[in-house]
Write a protein that binds this ligand. Sequence first.
Ligand code: ADP
Ligand code: MG
Length: 387
Amino acid sequence: MTQDALVKGFISRFGSTPARMFFSPGRVNLIGEYTDINGGYVLPAAIDLGTYYAVRPNDTRTLNIYSETLDDQKSIALDPSAEPAPEGSWQDYVVGLLYDFHKQGLDGGGLDIFVSSDLPQSSGLSSSASFTTGLAFLLNDCWDSGIERVELAQAARRVENDFVGVHCGIMDPFAVALGKAGHCIYLHCQSLEYDLVPINMEGYDIVIADTQVPRRLASSAYNDRRAECNAALQALRKLLDLDCLVEASGEDIEACEELKSMPLSCKRARHVVSENVRVEESVAAIRGGDLAHFGELMQASHASLRDDFEVSCPELDVLVDAAMRVPHVLGSRMTGAGFGGCTVSIVPTDTVTDFIDSVGKAYSDATPYEARIFRTHPGDGVKRLDD
Ligand code: ADP
Ligand code: MG
């Protein structure tokens, strides 16, 4: 979306020009799935699609926010003594964030906000983290609250977890807040230690393919996987001194007799432990400019998520298989929680058009859905656009 279109959108809604403009990216996890809940690493990148905001102080105690994406406007009174409850709409992200800021003693004047997004919603590219973290950045900037980016990410996570009532980890808002163009983020989700790793994509693009499958099963499967990982950890702890599952090795898992009688937990543990090693190897490969090896690790990640962790689905597998049939594609895998959502592939720039045609066709032939396929680049974290 151009800044011009953003200005025009604001004027047509609120009748004057905006004072400030912001962009907040979506994110894609390149590798490291379900490692975050087991003490391990992830490797997301902010992408160049996301949520745009235009804003102007309105000299009142009301926040008027219009989402062009949803064609809906909300007006929310700024009241630090309010004890709001979620109402089950997109307003919850806004109200929850204001509540969080107010609880921290942060306050400021009313604002008119125009929001527009080019990020697919509910597809696993984290439009909710993009929207909420972007809004936190905007409030912090307009109210001059002086909050660090990491704290903004933590606030956005609290809003989703504690107010909206959606399980989500720190990875998404963290990538949105701290991404950098041309880099991926090597993040340890518990300690929040991180490194921005430059990724040389010369001659290649990151291509995302959205299954457009309605998200099913995801939350119950999430709880099952957590319980299975935890059972594996308990079994391993009888032999080893472990804080979390990723501290075990593949050999530890094979050697654990008790795990042999728990085949599901054993498979889940095998995924988590091998996936965490793949993240570390991926970082080394990317630092060394070896995208081909990174692609192999993506392949292994997908196989492990499909066969051992069992969170893929036929539609994701169709997309990955079709991607790997396109000549010179380096790697392809499901990204996010699974059971739908998107795949991520590393595709030579000059074959992206062929990729979109042939993967799209293979997908619509094999499933009742149409894939939405687009190229993207590792982009900046949330930022102001007008200075
Ligand atoms: P995702 O995988 O995209 O994060 P979620 O279901 O977690 O999917 O979040 C999508 C929700 O986030 C939307 O239903 C809406 O409530 C909110 N949201 C995201 N982007 C916007 C936007 N541009 N305007 C208003 N609400 C938004
Ligand atoms: Mg979300």
